[in-house]
Design a protein around this ligand. Sequence first.
Ligand code: ADP
Length: 444
Amino acid sequence: MMPPYMFSFGLKKEMSSFLYGLIGVALAGFIVGWPATVTIVYLAGYTLWLLRRMDAIVHWLSEGGRANKAPPTTGLTNDMVQLIHREKKYSRKQKNRYRNTLAQFNSLAADLPDATVVLDKSFEIRWSNAAALELLNIHPDRDKGQRIDNLVRNPDFREFLHNGTDQDELEMQGTGSSAERIIAIRKVPTGKRMMVLIAADITQRVQVREMRKAFVGDVSHELRTPLTVIRGYLEMLQENESLDPQVSEALRQISAQSDRMRGIVEDLLQLSKLEGNPMADNEGDTLNVSAMIRSMVSTLHEANESDQFELALDESLAILGSEREIYSACQNLLTNAVRYTDPGTLISVSWQTNDAGEAVYKVADDGPGIEARHLSRLSERFYRVDSGRSRDDGGTGLGLAIVKHAAQRHGGQLSIESTPGSGSIFSITFPRSRCISMPQAINQ
Ligand code: ADP
């Protein structure tokens, strides 16, 4: 900020020269016998002289106010000119400082490994860096002023650009020389009129993810056959009634563990099929979810008579989806509500639309609940609050991961609320685009 300026010196000088002049002129007037006339002429002359000095300053400023062209001045007007000099010097310094900062920022942003494109509100390119040329084929000079959706011609990109939120990330193929690469694009809003697009090369990340998925899928698949053989022989051995009780018990244990292992293998296989594989919006069958829930609940109720089930189902609400996946997701939440609560628990199951018109499947129990620190990790593979209990009750630790990925494949999401001592609520929300009203939907 500019330091304050003190005028007093120029003003004093101006006043003293004016007053000395006035006294001198008045004396001269007395001597010549016309003091009033001489004084008036002096005052008029002084005012005119002052106005001329001011006019010279205005002219000087209108011609650019260059320091070497400044008009000769004294007193107050000299202060004015000095002040203008100072002001100009100060703003020149500021301008240089801004220019340097901008140059530094530009060179930093230009060298960023991530593609960075600054867009205005009509998606026209204002600035882009070298990485944008490599990943998105956007040239920093040639493409300035062009609409980005005219250059990056990908329907998913267009949809993301217009409707994606700041939290969304779009994964797509790169363009131009990077057509073989996979990039992740994010939007960063910068005020009302601008937006920054940042695209990172995630080819390696995706390759590792795909390799892991394929590996887990392959291993699970390979384990299926030997497990089936083991089970076959176990059943054969168990049929022998003359076995030593100790051997019998050992066989029972082996059989239970091989069942558990088969459960894990099946869940891992299911998970590897679900993960990172979203369904198209119009993919799937029309599912009568209410009927599905009623049948699940009645089977569970037969096996767990002490638990109470309370249903609130919108019979007219169907969704478009994969029957196997939706069944598995709904079943997982229901069996968890039975498995991780004590006998006699009240389990409320609802299938309704919410205010946003989305379909919500909700399973609430008044069981022991889950501590807040576990909630965000529950849908991770093999994460359990109480490993011992989960294993004893036949859990694989993969149930909620399956629910989460099945929901995501349908454009939905799993949410968990819980209060220790009061119970838990697990819900899956499916997007409006998948909801179908029964009369037009099915006649199952
Ligand atoms: P699992 O296959 O072992 O049941 P999940 O992924 O389905 O694994 O569940 C993860 C953990 O979440 C469980 O080990 C359990 O501790 C906890 N959990 C799930 N549902 C409930 C519930 N309704 N009440 C309390 N804890 C639950």
